[in-house]
Design a binder for this molecule. Structure first.
Ligand code: NDP
Ligand code: OXD
Length: 308
């Protein structure tokens, strides 16, 4: 039984070490040293060259190294096999930390204080408590619900939005188109944790920004293509938005001449909100392989008709 590790961006070293430790009986191959492709039953992949997985005739299950599968699903040659997306607690905790960090940063005027410090200006600003600040989260899945719980735990008045109705204790849960407008109207801080699908592409656009309270802040840790860049710049210029924290971009790395780099109201992080952690993620893949070998159903399967 062989698993092929195929990432065009990640070093295989920590993964090789973890699979050896956690599943010593697994025959682990590291792309491009695939060996006999007929041996490969499982593939753990991130940004594989298009069509590459088609070359594995005995492949049974594809595992995504990341939670988002938009790039994989964009490969017209992706085999029609079960695709498991990454759900592991290291990634989930990392995202909750990132969202808490950015929400507190804007909530507690850190952006303004850092600017004051650069100018040597002593300027306390009016401060509110988290429970007086309304935060809205687009997407209440694995990551959105963890972020919502963390924000609520800090005291924020948190609400979330999903495709189908969700129920989370202490979080106002909205769904559907009407739910979106209700959520936007109350979100002084808007967090995007949606998957990128045809329905969600460009959702952070002028229409969305116009429905937020004036002076709201946007945090996007989902995918760059959720944002219409020109609309974001316009909303910042007009004062409709006061700031944005962006972790993901339509083109990554963000091109050196992109206006986001030097914009005074934008915080840029390099797609670092929630990396997949080799130790915890290997445990999650090992568990799935054991389930599969035992004839049990896989979990966290991507539903291709939904696109996530
Ligand atoms: P999930 O699939 O667990 O959750 C997706 C959520 O979005 C669900 O609540 C779903 O609704 C909702 N949703 C999907 N489509 C719509 C729609 N059309 N309208 C309203 N709600 C919708 O995904 P995760 O939480 O695990 O991950 C979310 C995204 O985060 C990933 O797809 C990826 O792009 C991004 N990500 C970014 C990382 C980073 O480092 N920046 C790291 C990891 C992930 P419902 O509950 O009804 O299904
Ligand atoms: C992911 C990502 O989807 O890193 O896991 O963006």
């Amino acid at each position: 039984m062989s698993l092929l590790f195929l990432s065009t961006t990640d070093s295989p070293d920590p993964w090789v070490e973890e699979f050896r430790r956690q599943m010593p009986e697994l025959d682990l191959r590291v792309w491009p040293e695939t060996g006999d492709p007929h041996d490969i039953r499982y593939a753990l992949v991130w940004k594989p060259p298009p069509g590459e997985l088609r070359r594995l005739p005995a492949l049974e299950v594809m595992f995504s190294l990341g939670a988002g599968v938009d790039a994989l699903l964009g490969d017209p040659e992706l085999p029609d096999l079960p695709l498991v997306r990454m759900v592991e607690h290291g990634l989930t905790e990392g995202m909750a930390e990132y969202v808490a960090l950015q929400a507190l940063y804007w909530h507690r005027n850190m952006h303004a204080y850092l600017a004051s410090q650069r100018g040597g200006v002593w300027q306390p600003l009016p401060e509110r408590l988290a429970r007086e600040r309304r935060v809205g989260i687009l997407g209440l899945g694995e990551l959105g619900s963890a972020a919502a719980r963390t924000l609520a735990g800090l005291g924020f008045d948190a609400a979330g939005w999903s495709r189908t109705q969700r129920q989370l204790p202490g979080i106002a849960c909205l769904h559907g188109r009407d739910g979106l407008d209700t959520l936007l109207a109350r979100s002084e801080i808007l967090v995007c944790l949606l998957p990128l699908t045809p329905e969600t592409r460009g959702i952070l656009d002028a229409r969305t920004f116009s429905r937020l309270p004036r002076g709201a802040v946007v945090i996007n840790a989902a995918r760059g293509a959720h944002v219409v860049d020109a609309d974001l710049l316009e909303a910042l210029a007009s004062g409709r938005l006061a700031g944005a924290s962006l972790d993901v971009f339509t083109r990554e790395p963000l091109p050196p001449d992109h206006p986001f780099w030097s914009h005074p109201a934008i915080v840029v992080t390099p797609h670092a909100a929630a990396p997949t952690h080799a130790r915890t993620a290997t445990a999650s893949v090992v568990e799935q392989i054991r389930r599969h070998r035992a004839g049990l159903p896989l979990t966290n399967l991507v539903d291709r008709s939904r696109g996530y």
